[in-house]
Design a protein around this ligand. Structure first.
Ligand SMILES: Cc1cc2nc3c(=O)[nH]c(=O)nc-3n(C[C@H](O)[C@H](O)[C@H](O)COP(=O)(O)OP(=O)(O)OC[C@H]3O[C@@H](n4cnc5c(N)ncnc54)[C@H](O)[C@@H]3O)c2cc1C
Length: 417
């Protein structure tokens, strides 16, 4: 049976970090519009961990620019309760004494409330976003799998399966936020360019013997970059989130090691800058690719999040870039609604002119950020003398020149203006 549910101005397909954040931003910047958020998993039991891929055991480094976006949405007090501030970033290269550091006290232009950023566990961020969504007019349809899409002159028609029930929904603007390898993009013939880094990220939470003092460590090793991000203390244990990128061939043995052996390898590779590592949780691994959609806007359609760009996690840029995209999109729609008046509200959010204006505004930041996260891993993974010399020069520049340091800090903090 096909039944029609309420049509909408904007339908977001995918309720991960990208879709849920965009829904909040649209509710804030364009309250006149009807927004529906469709997610195939259950999100109603917000007090229990969500099973969505975005909100798994990872932690996310939220840059200063993103904290300021969340703050404008009124989310900072809730975030602050669970997030650990990043006061300093220390960048170092294994086997060389040279290192560089960024300090929130020095990089005032790249900091928010005295911090360069904050780290929050995804399992905490998810329920927090969904609790905030409950206070908006966004219509949330969970357990709702979009199975097909048809483009219409007035927007798009979505076919939705919820349990045994098949329904359809018409929307002026379809936002594709269904993640990397997007089935909806496939359905619409939107192609993707892919680079396989032939690396995987090992992700886990570690216990430290001493306090991390709000330091985020970026360590470059022969096999790939590692990040150790400060987390709030739990049950008296100092904790940090580890992202350890290494060649795919190293994976099965490292991820499957007993805790004690994993810690020994980790300590050997990472060194002692964060002191002794005393615990390691379950290790999860993520294959790393750079995946870029060849089109991000069409009449009636826009892509956000991993469906638009899936980046190497080395500098914690993926979600931060997405949040700036979502903020840009919501602001562009809100501005156009304000300029063109009430008639536009019911007809215009899918107009190509509007979507192209959004895309023009976001292109520069996307190119810079994607370039930043794509160029660093090969440079730092190389054993080649020339590239190893170059990265030492890079670190030297970062250590010695305030201008280079500030440019790096601003890029890492997601402050692009
Ligand atoms: C190891 C690692 C560490 C990272 N660390 C950082 C970091 O520190 N800082 C940072 O900024 N970024 C980081 N990132 C990037 C960040 O995780 C991504 O930007 C984020 O997950 C983007 O999520 P998304 O919502 O686009 O996609 P997803 O999380 O994949 O969400 C897509 C959602 O769509 C739903 N869906 C799919 N198909 C359908 C359908 N047909 N109908 C309805 N629903 C559907 C899925 O159930 C899912 O919930 C990291 C990434 C990795 C891999």
């Amino acid at each position: 049976m096909t039944e029609s549910i309420q049509d909408t101005d904007i339908a977001i397909v995918g309720g991960g970090m990208a879709g849920a954040s965009l829904a909040l931003l649209l509710a804030h910047h364009c309250p006149q519009l009807n927004v529906a958020l469709l997610e195939r998993q259950s999100v109603s039991a917000v007090e229990t961990p969500l099973t969505l891929p975005s909100f798994d055991t990872r932690a996310t480094a939220i840059a200063a620019g993103s904290l300021s976006i969340f703050s404008q949405l009124g989310l900072w007090p809730a975030l602050q309760e669970f997030a650990e501030p990043i006061r300093q970033v220390q960048v170092s290269d294994r086997g060389h004494s040279l290192g560089a550091s960024l300090d929130a006290r020095r990089e005032k232009a790249a900091s928010f409330d005295g911090m360069l950023g904050a780290v929050i566990e995804n399992a905490v961020l998810g329920p927090l976003l969904y609790r905030a969504l409950e206070k908006t007019s966004v219509q949330l349809l969970d357990n709702a799998q979009v199975t097909d899409v048809e483009m219409l002159s007035s927007g798009a028609k979505l076919h939705i399966q919820r349990a045994d029930n098949i329904s359809s929904l018409q929307t002026r603007l379809l936002v594709i936020a269904d993640g990397a390898g997007s089935a909806l993009c496939n359905r619409l013939g939107i192609l993707t360019s892919k680079v396989d880094y032939q690396q995987q990220a090992l992700v886990t939470t570690v216990g430290l013997q001493r306090d991390h003092r709000g330091i985020a460590f970026e360590r470059f090793t022969d096999t790939g970059p590692m990040a150790l991000l400060p987390l709030p203390k739990r049950h008296g244990v100092h904790r940090a989130a580890l992202v350890w990128t290494c060649e795919e061939s190293a994976q099965p043995s490292l991820a499957d090691l007993p805790e004690r052996d994993f810690i020994r390898h980790l300590q050997q590779t990472f060194g002692w800058r964060a002191g002794r590592i005393i615990r390691a949780g379950k290790v999860h691994s993520y294959p790393l690719t750079l995946s870029l959609a060849r089109e991000q806007v069409r009449r009636g359609v826009v892509l956000v999040g991993n469906s638009a760009h899936f980046l190497h996690p080395v500098a914690g840029q993926g979600f931060n870039l997405t949040l700036r995209d979502c903020d840009g999109l919501a602001r562009t729609i809100g501005r156009t609604v304000a300029e063109k008046g009430p008639d536009f509200v019911r007809t215009g959010p899918g107009e190509l002119d509007l979507l192209e204006a959004y895309w023009r505004e976001r292109q520069h930041d996307q190119q810079l950020t994607i370039g930043f996260s794509d160029k660093i891993p090969p440079l730092f993974a190389s054993r080649n003398l020339l590239t190893s010399g170059l990265r030492q020069l890079g670190l030297l520049g970062l250590a010695l020149t305030p201008a280079t340091r500030t440019a790096f800090a601003r890029q890492a903090a997601g402050i692009t203006a």
